[in-house]
Design a protein around this ligand. Structure first.
Ligand SMILES: [Zn+2]
Length: 341
């Protein structure tokens, strides 16, 4: 046994000596996630709804917007450091802007562009449109600020001037002259989101597009919600978002007939999938229940807590029935089980 291990360890050592390669040492989970996006080693993709959820949680209050912007700055700095290390070309004046745009393209927004004005940079990120009545991308404004500050060596602020979720064709970020809009009505945004997810969950058809967003980015944009002080308020907001989705999903029912059981829970299951809250599985035998499995990359306690709140919120609107949730860990991966009482 010992000899066998020794033998198998020798081969890679020989390969390394033939071609020395520096081992990257990661200092944080954020760095691992950012590195995978920059080097296009994305593990899986999630739907746009999951990105909207992260953005809504990140812009739900003035203090949350501040935390999100700061977190974006940290990520932007990381992205600059990583993409700089990977670039083999010689730098020309605005080459670094290409790397910033590439980052957004790798996330799942291939139509991201930039323009350079005398006193201002403009970054346009095109994504699917939905009218939620607010500019939601404060975390992304932070990324742009952090990246450009690191690239130019001087403080660069950025703000989202117009947003795809607020009536525009693109999310436009500018480096001067715009202020992140603070006056959005969170209640309106939340109910708009609830209606949107419910509609898409019911209308999911065979031609439903392939999920475009890097799962790494979902995790990255939720990373500042993973601190103990923040996760409580994020879970509370998820509960509200969930119940608004549920209210829209079940609005045609006063009571869900036994036959409609599977159909209604099927829609809940689709909503879970759209928001990238784990992999739902509908159990059709015995008491109806939904099992939600988490992969290795999203099996984080805090993420599971947010998912649990949101799904419980949805199910709290189920007409004349209540559900209990049970959390378990198997093989290092979380699982949530919602059973109808
Ligand atoms: Zn936007």
């Amino acid at each position: 046994m010992a000899a066998k291990r020794k033998g198998s360890a020798r081969k890679p050592a020989q390969r390394r000596s033939a071609k020395p390669k520096a081992q990257r040492v990661y200092s944080s989970l954020e760095e691992i996630l950012a590195h995978r996006i920059v080097s296009r080693q994305v593990s899986s993709r999630v739907h746009e709804e999951s990105a909207i959820l992260a953005s809504i949680l990140s812009s739900a209050s003035p203090s949350m917007r501040k935390i999100s912007y700061r977190s974006g700055i940290r990520v932007g700095r990381l992205v600059y450091a990583i993409s700089k290390g990977q670039s083999k070309q010689h730098a020309w004046e605005y080459q670094y802007l290409g790397r910033l745009v590439d980052f957004f393209r790798n996330i799942g927004y291939p139509n991201t562009t930039y323009s350079v004005l005398p006193n201002m940079l403009i970054i346009d990120v095109k994504r699917s449109r939905a009218n939620l009545g607010a500019n939601l991308h404060v975390f992304e404004a932070g990324i742009i600020s952090g990246f450009l500050t690191a690239a130019t060596g001087r403080q660069v602020n950025a703000a989202e001037e117009s947003c795809c979720y607020n009536g525009s064709d693109s999310c436009r970020f500018v480096t001067s002259g715009a202020q992140q809009k603070e006056s959005s009505d969170e209640g309106v945004v939340m109910s708009g989101f609830g209606a949107l997810v419910a509609k898409n969950a019911v209308n999911v058809s065979g031609r439903r597009r392939v999920a475009p967003i890097a799962e790494e980015y979902q995790q990255l944009s939720l990373s500042h919600h993973m601190h103990r002080e923040v996760v409580k308020s994020s879970s509370y907001l998820s509960l509200i978002a969930g119940s608004l989705i549920g209210a829209n999903l079940f609005k045609h029912y006063r009571e869900i007939p036994l036959k409609g059981n599977g159909e209604a829970l099927g829609a809940v299951s689709k909503a879970i999938e759209l928001m990238g809250l784990g992999s739902p599985k509908l159990m059709k035998t015995g008491p109806y229940c939904i099992k939600v499995g988490f992969s290795r990359s999203n099996s984080r306690r805090e993420f599971v807590e947010i998912a649990n709140s949101l799904i419980s919120g949805m199910l709290s609107e189920y007409p004349k029935a209540s559900f209990t949730s049970k959390e378990s860990i198997e093989d290092g991966k979380y699982q949530l089980e919602f059973t109808k009482a």
